[in-house]
Design a protein around this ligand. Structure first.
Ligand SMILES: Cc1ncc(C[n+]2csc(CCOP(=O)(O)OP(=O)(O)O)c2C)c(N)n1
Ligand SMILES: [Mg+2]
Length: 572
């Protein structure tokens, strides 16, 4: 036990957990602790909006596989976190959200910047701690860090502002790291048996492979079975794009190869994926989910097993450990591996589908002229993308279409806005990723509408010297939503047309580089220039208004109106 102040105990616990960066905006509520960050060796990255800080902590945690940390002023600073925390929750990101609160002596009196901060986050955090005694601050801080990693999601540390003061004898808790197991022996046996008996096994590679650092084990298993691999929606980096067994991603605007291959599977190994409902919707008019196939699902969260898709075998385990265990069981059953017999036929089918899809992408990416057709822009960006780049994508039509054009050699390269689907995710997340991996280029794909929600963080890049590239697709519309008005509402555009300034000029005014391109042949050079620059760069690509398939065709109906005054607004 050592005598220390509450702020010291808090900061020492951060250090015990290896914290080196914290994202946030200053506030009087935690200034006593903030003052210690620098002498403690913690870099405080001062942002433009707290939502940005939350996303940065998310991006940082996704690339480092460590806790990302954000902090803000009680009340409005904290409520500004909400969207980012919800996004991190659905991205399974271990973000520790530190929420200083109104002082305990006045809570409930309706003073300044007061709101109850625990209920707001109760459904979007894995764990919440409230510091009600100074001498528990180290214990509770440590627990938030431990549980964010163990439960793979945000945790909240709520600290009434008076709890930063006072002194006591403290001991700083050491991190608790819980080893994850492969799963139950019986379910692993059943999984191996089902895979050995498969004629056409297919592996769905999920985010669990990335989170568990299990790519080598996944590759080993896929190769042993010569099983084609499809990535689950927005986990394109779960399996190497160049691997001959990799088919690309399932889901919205995913790869036709992946869809046509999984449709033929008799046994599917869903490895480290909850098989989220949005990620397996029919696409390109292909209803690909193999309804008759045996599904083996591996997920470290038992609640995800069989939640969305019916399964034959559920393994509650770590993706890496489970893949290794299933592999070692299969090694002893060589002669029983049925798929060995028809390997060449399946590989020929895979090659055929890959060639066809590549030609289709080439064809779609040929459109010439100015402004640039979105698929042409995406194809040019794909070709010019540095091999070790990290790419984040936002929510919007062009960002969604980019799914077919984002291929990665290694894990922790793709940080899309996941199931929470908020516009404004990509840019701050790329900033956090860049802070976590400063040697890798970080590129955010953002639509012009969503850019309006996130461009203020250009200031953070400039002030904090974080050279991120934002690629802004300027199509003068909230395109993804306009697509619904085109398909369902007889082209009645309400709130979907945008009048934009020059985003490159705004970037330059903020002190960043700003580049505008409007011809296809300029796109690749501009991306190379941006990603090799040591300054943050906004690369604005003027694109046509062409739109790909909508997000939620499944969830919209033709409008029906009963009142006379609205009759003209029906669509038969
Ligand atoms: C915070 C938030 N607000 C609204 C939406 C609904 N929404 C989904 S896509 C979209 C349009 C995106 O437009 P833009 O960023 O310009 O990209 P584009 O579709 O034009 O490529 C909107 C408004 C959302 N997903 N998130
Ligand atoms: Mg747009």
């Amino acid at each position: 036990m050592t005598r220390m102040t509450s702020s010291e105990a808090f900061v020492e616990t951060l250090l015990a957990h290896g914290v080196t960066h914290i994202f946030g905006i200053v506030g009087s509520a935690y200034m006593d602790a903030l003052d210690l960050f620098e002498p403690a060796g913690i870099r405080f990255i001062s942002v433009a909006h707290e939502q940005g800080a939350g996303h940065m902590a998310d991006g940082y945690s996704r690339v480092t596989n460590r806790q990302g940390v954000c902090i803000a002023q009680n009340g409005p600073g904290i409520t500004n976190f909400v969207t980012a925390v919800a996004a991190a929750y659905w991205a399974h990101s271990p973000v520790v959200v530190i929420t200083p609160e109104t002082g305990s002596a006045t809570m409930g009196l309706g003073g300044f910047q007061e709101t109850e901060q625990l209920p707001i986050f109760s459904k979007i955090t894995r764990f919440q701690a409230h510091v009600s005694r100074q001498d528990r601050i180290a214990e509770l801080t440590g627990r938030c860090f431990d549980l964010a990693l163990a439960e793979r999601g945000p945790t909240q540390l709520n600290i009434p502002r008076d709890m930063f003061y006072g002194e006591f004898d403290a001991s700083i808790p050491k991190p608790i790291r819980i080893e994850r197991a492969a799963g139950g022996a019986r379910s692993l046996d059943e999984a191996a048996k089902a895979l050995a008996g498969a004629k056409f096994p297919v592996i769905v590679a999920g985010g669990g492979i990335v989170m568990s650092d299990g790519q080598a084990e996944a590759i080993q298993l896929a190769e042993h079975l010569s099983a084609p691999v499809v990535a689950s929606y927005l986990h394109n980096d779960a399996f190497p794009a160049r691997h001959p067994l990799m088919c690309g991603p399932l889901g919205y605007q995913g790869s036709k190869v992946a869809m046509k291959i999984i449709a033929q599977a008799d046994v599917v190994l869903a490895l480290g994926t909850r098989l989220g409902p949005f990620g397996t919707l029919p696409q390109h008019d292909i209803d690909y989910w193999p309804k008759g196939a045996k599904i083996i699902q591996v997920d470290s969260d038992h609640r995800m097993l069989g939640l969305v898709k019916q399964i034959s075998v559920g393994v509650c385990g770590d993706a890496k450990a489970a893949a290794a265990e299933i592999f070692s069981r299969l090694q002893t059953m060589n002669e029983a591996i049925v798929s060995r017999a028809n390997k060449d036929v399946r590989m020929a089918e895979l090659k055929k589908q890959k060639d066809a899809w590549e030609s289709e992408l080439d064809l779609w990416g040929q459109a010439d002229g100015t402004p640039v057709a979105p698929r042409r822009a995406l194809r040019e960006l794909e070709k010019a993308m540095p091999r070790n780049a990290m790419v984040t994508t936002d929510i919007g039509n062009i960002c969604s279409v980019s799914n077919s054009y984002l291929r990665f050699d290694k894990p922790r390269s793709f940080f899309a806005a996941m199931s929470f689907g908020n516009c404004g995710y990509a840019f701050p997340t790329a900033i956090g990723a860049k802070v976590g991996a400063p040697d890798r280029p970080a590129v955010a794909y953002v639509g012009d509408g969503a850019w309006g929600m996130s461009l203020q963080e250009t200031l953070t890049c400039v002030r904090e010297n974080i050279p991120v590239t934002a690629v802004v697709f300027n199509n003068g519309q909230w395109g993804a939503e306009k697509k619904n008005q085109i398909d369902f509402y007889a082209d009645r555009y309400v709130g979907t047309n945008l009048v934009n300034p020059s985003f490159a000029a705004i970037a330059r005014a903020m002190g960043a580089e700003g580049i505008t391109v409007d011809r296809p042949d300029q796109v690749g050079d501009a991306l190379r220039q941006a990603t090799s620059s040591d300054k943050p760069t906004v690369l604005e690509i003027m694109v046509t208004q062409e739109l790909g398939d909508p997000f939620r065709r499944d969830a919209l109906k033709k409008p029906k109106r009963l009142l006379d005054k609205y009759k003209a607004y029906s669509v038969a």
